[in-house]
Design a protein around this ligand. Structure first.
Ligand SMILES: [Zn+2]
Length: 166
């Protein structure tokens, strides 16, 4: 969910719509603040085991609750995205990850804004994921038999990963 600023986060003045570079944006009449509609940044982890099987989680929380997905989540402003990929994998599956590299950048339009999903491939260090609230169920899948995923960016990321291995 996107937060709409009504007051300036820098000085507290009420924001007013003003035309900036051809479009109306909430701007501060007292300082230089402009509420640019920046995308949020997330990571998705194309995590495989030593046998080359892909680890998927069944999501325990919305959005796409109950559907298959890659481990992943939002990037903190103070961490590198590859660190975020490793952290999210660990948080959701309790498995550490050796990040191999970026497989793609996927842009998604979501309600009220945009999302950039940075997809990383990596090898799992361990083969026994533990269920968490975010990921109560897991599956290891051969690249040729991957089930339908709940997010378009994840479908694109898996397709890019499979193309890279072919
Ligand atoms: Zn201000």
């Amino acid at each position: 969910m996107r937060v709409e600023f009504r007051f300036c986060p820098a000085c507290g003045s009420r924001l007013e719509p003003r035309e900036v570079e051809g479009r109306a944006l909430p701007t501060c009449p007292s300082c230089e603040f402009v509420a640019w509609p920046d995308p949020k940044v997330a990571v998705a982890v194309v995590a495989h085991d030593r046998r080359g099987r892909l680890l998927l989680i069944r999501r325990g929380t919305p959005p796409a609750k109950g559907e298959w997905a890659l481990p992943g989540g939002y990037v903190d402003a103070t961490e590198s995205p590859s660190v975020a990929a490793r952290r999210e994998c660990l948080e959701e599956t309790r498995l550490d990850l050796r990040v191999e590299g970026l497989t793609g950048v996927h842009h998604v339009l979501v309600e009220g804004g945009g999302l950039l999903v940075l997809a990383y491939a990596g090898e799992l260090l361990g083969d026994r994921p533990e269920p968490t609230a975010e990921a109560p169920e897991f599956g290891f899948f051969d690249p040729g038999s991957i089930p339908e995923l709940g997010f378009s960016a994840h479908r694109e990321a898996v397709a890019a990963w499979r193309a890279g291995r072919a």
